[in-house]
Design a protein. Structure first.
Length: 268
């Protein structure tokens, strides 16, 4: 079993949990780098893979990681703490237009421009460095309505931007597809609509045998037909699981099986 994660703390925890069950290889890397990881380990193909996307409970529950505004902590949000640009650096240096785009595209926040405008004004007086500082600023722009804190979408957007989550997702899916042996299975757990939309489109586009377009005289074989869908609709957590683990409410699980077509070797 190979475990790939950017977060060294996650790898330490997984090693403690899984090493008792057999040969476990923890590797600190982005999952999109799976081809090079397997090549280094001398593994030509895999028979199963599970991608658990997004932030972990450990990261959310550790204030010094800066992923949550439940407790005060530094605005960090880096999954790999040795690399990338922290949220504090991004939010204090990006232009108003860049912040607007991040909040709109990655957080689907209707008040993206108003929040970006307030941030650029406030940071001229005092740099934004802590989670509660940012959460309170957002709440001053977007009044609280209902259970969800108005800063939820803003924090999601910044986390996605800092870790380039959507940029590496398609690359990662393509990489795992190329490594998957015939009849091997790939499962993906998503936690928000943006990443689930990408996963759904990717898997379904490779699970259709024939494609047709209005301008074509007849349907054609899909050259990317590689998968069989194992669930037409995503599997979601049961009511009992959601009660015991509230964070599972937004989880969606999709799975496919690689067709036995022989094209399984990783690209060089």
């Amino acid at each position: 079993m190979v475990g790939i994660d950017q977060d060294s703390e996650a790898l330490d925890y997984a090693t403690g949990r899984l090493s008792a069950f057999g040969d476990f290889h923890p590797v600190q890397a982005n999952y999109s780098e799976v081809i090079s990881v397997l090549k280094t380990l001398g593994i030509p193909e895999i028979h199963g893979a599970l991608l658990d996307l997004g932030v972990s409970s450990h990261q959310l529950n550790t204030p010094e990681r800066g992923f949550s505004f439940q407790h005060d902590g530094p605005l960090d949000m880096r999954m790999n703490r040795q690399g990338a640009v922290s949220t504090a650096t991004l939010i204090n240096t990006a232009s108003e237009e860049q912040l607007t785009r991040i909040f709109r595209d990655y957080g689907e926040e209707p008040a993206a421009r108003r929040v970006a405008s307030r941030i650029t004004k406030e940071r001229m007086v005092t740099p934004l460095t802590h989670t509660l500082q940012l959460a309170e600023l957002v709440e001053s722009v977007i009044p609280r309505r209902g259970r969800a804190h108005p800063a939820t979408r803003i924090f999601q957007a910044l986390r996605i931007a800092v870790n380039r989550e959507l940029e590496v997702l398609t690359t990662g899916l393509e990489a795992f597809t190329s490594c998957l042996a015939p009849l091997g299975r790939l499962g993906v757990i998503t936690f928000h609509s943006l990443e689930d939309r990408i996963v759904k489109t990717f898997l379904k586009s490779r699970a259709v045998e024939w494609i047709d377009r209005p301008e074509w005289p007849a349907a054609r074989k899909n050259p990317d037909h590689l998968f069989k869908l194992l669930n037409n609709r995503p599997q979601v957590a049961s009511e009992s699981e959601q009660k015991s683990n509230p964070r599972s409410r937004s989880a969606k699980f999709r799975a496919v099986e690689r067709l036995n077509n022989g094209h399984s070797k990783p690209t060089p």
